[in-house]
Design a protein around this ligand. Sequence first.
Ligand SMILES: [Zn+2]
Length: 144
Amino acid sequence: MSSPELELTHRQEFSAAHRLHDPTLGDEENAQLYGPCNNPNGHGHTYVYEVTVRGQVPPSGMIIDLNVLRAIMREEIFDQVDHKHLDLDVPFMEGRISTAENLAIAFWECLAPRINDHPGCRLHRLRVHEGPDSHVDYFGPPEQ
Ligand SMILES: [Zn+2]
C-alpha cells in the first residue's frame, strides 16, 4: 500500500505595475481588448501567489521544508517582481502579455525545476490572485 499524498501551500504577496498590451495589435484594438488595463503608463496591483507542492510524507514528516520552499519562492519570484514593472523589469516576462494567466505559467517555469529537485516532492499548483475577487490556477504543462 502506498502512503497518502498531501499538499502543502505557501503564499507570498507582492506589489507590481504592469500594462496589458499586445504588440501585434494596434492601439485602438488594444484599448478595446484590455480597457483600462491598457493604460499607456500602466497601473498597479497587490498580487498574491500561492505555490502548492504535493508528495508523500517522508520520515522527516515534511513534504518539503517550509523554510526551503519560502526561500525558493523569494529568490525565483518575489525578488524578481516586487516593486517592479512586470513588462519592463522582469526578464522572464519578456514577450508575454502580463495577465495573471501568463504570470502563473511563467512562475511555474521558474519554480518547477527547483521544487521538483527535492525527492518525493513536486510542484502541483500555481495560483495567482490579481486582486481579492479572482485568481487563476495552473497545474503545469500536460504530461508527455
Ligand atoms: Zn492590471
